[in-house]
Design a protein around this ligand. Structure first.
Ligand code: CTP
Length: 414
């Protein structure tokens, strides 16, 4: 029985590309081509239903290998066991909601699901489905459970879906998936080993009374992705999470989570973490103002209306940057800007970096339909002198990796 390359210690990596019955299956032809071009051994395992989308002949021609869909097609060869043992990585693209549910439940009703149940190598699921199916609690629960078990479920892109609809659920482009496969095969760099990183994420809630608050639209996904990527690269990560859902926190299995609600609590936790952190990243959306006091009982509606007096919260990023707790501490801020008639997004971001004293500032453009939640984003990273260190766009997890690269480069400067 064949062994994985890791076990053999030689030869090209062997990647099993699972294909399930999503229309995006046609894009996986390009994925197989790209992986082959990169010198990898590729075996395609389509589900029986997916052969309606792309046929066996195409997969055999593109991969240069026999293609089977059922365990019974090669019973003597015990193919699911052979494939699972020889694979260095299994990537399923597209992964339908149906297959994701089967993997969660441990169903093994075709060669692909049987291989996934047998495999001990890294598994990458690349979902593609309609937004309603992706956002359905059943799918979200399946995804959270799989992530807890160490299976990587890639965040789907946002964009045009099958038919006229558009939203989250689109399969990322084959180039992006191929890059991810190669990065996983190379192993994440462990360049943050020995470093302590504290990251704030989410949006603060400032209490008006016991049931109401002033909040914002931040979901904490970007901060959680940064925490997940930093953990993979060997860092000791504390994630100070302001009102972040458990589904989002499930992306960060290795981090120490400190849940907070208000700006004051977030500030306290970041200052505590800053005492021995090498890197501080303020990705949270912190309320600039809070009600001057929170009413003890629920405020009743009156004809006189309601006037709230707001007082300013301290600027945590500026405090951390201006009163550093530790030498060689790198402090990173975020500037989510909409721009206006007077200044553009970059100018606002540069001014903010200087004003707050952050070493690096991640500038991203937001708007009512842009920037929040599981969407693609575009970022520019500047240093405190306003120099642009990099620009990139893509999924928040790809942006998180870019940010960590920029931080590592910044820390290595003479
Ligand atoms: N921030 C902070 N404390 C605050 C407000 C913001 O630490 N009270 C941090 C955020 O976490 C982020 C950066 O400062 O890293 C920029 O946040 P932003 O809300 O864009 O900055 P503001 O100072 O509120 O500027 P604006 O006038 O644009 O609202």
């Amino acid at each position: 029985m064949s062994e994985s390359r890791a076990a053999r210690g030689d030869g090209p990596h062997h990647v099993v590309v699972g294909v399930t019955a999503g229309i995006a299956a046609y894009k996986s032809c390009t994925l197989v081509r790209l992986l082959k071009k990169a010198g990898l051994d590729v075996t395609v395992v389509p589900t029986p239903a997916s052969l309606d989308m792309v046929g066996r002949t195409t997969w055999e021609a593109l991969s240069g290998r026999d293609v089977h869909t059922l365990v019974t097609e090669n019973a003597a060869g015990v193919e699911h066991v052979g494939l699972a043992r020889s694979a260095d990585l299994v990537v399923v693209a597209p992964a339908t909601a149906n297959t994701i549910a089967k993997v969660r439940a441990g169903v093994a009703d075709n060669l692909l699901t049987a291989t996934l149940l047998t495999a001990t190598c890294p598994i990458l699921l690349v979902p593609a489905m309609h937004s309603e199916m992706w956002l359905n609690p059943a799918t979200q629960d399946n995804v959270a459970t799989l992530r807890h078990r160490g299976i990587e479920v890639v965040e789907p892109a946002v964009g045009q879906l099958t038919g006229p609809d558009s939203g989250p659920g689109r399969m990322p482009e084959p180039e992006e998936i191929a890059q991810l496969v190669q990065a996983r095969l190379a192993g994440a760099p462990r360049d943050l080993t020995g470093l302590k990183i504290a990251i704030s994420a989410g949006g603060t809630h400032e209490a008006i009374d016991p049931v109401r608050f002033i909040g914002n639209r931040s979901t904490g996904i970007f901060g959680a992705e940064i925490a997940a990527a930093a953990t993979q690269r060997g860092a000791d990560v504390t994630l100070v999470a302001a009102n972040v859902t458990s589904e989002v926190l499930a992306r960060v299995p290795g981090a120490r989570i400190v849940p907070v609600v208000s700006a004051a609590q977030l500030g306290e936790s970041m200052h505590a973490a800053a005492r021995d952190a090498d890197i501080l990243i303020m990705a949270a959306a912190v309320a600039d103002y809070r009600p001057d006091h929170a009413a003890e009982a629920k405020i009743k509606k009156t004809e006189a209306g309601l006037t709230l007096t707001l007082v300013e919260n301290s600027d945590i990023l500026a405090e951390l940057a201006h009163h550093r707790h530790k030498e060689r501490q790198t402090i990173v801020g975020f500037a989510a800007e909409t721009g206006d008639g007077e200044h553009d997004v970059l100018q606002y971001g540069r001014d903010k970096a200087r004003r707050k004293g952050a070493d690096l500032m991640v500038i991203n453009e937001v708007g009512t339909d842009r920037g929040f939640g599981p969407v693609n984003t575009a970022v520019t990273i500047v240093d405190r002198d306003g120099n642009i260190l990099g620009t990139a766009s893509g999924t928040k997890s790809a942006m998180a990796r870019h940010l960590l690269d920029a931080i590592v480069t910044w820390r290595e400067r003479p």
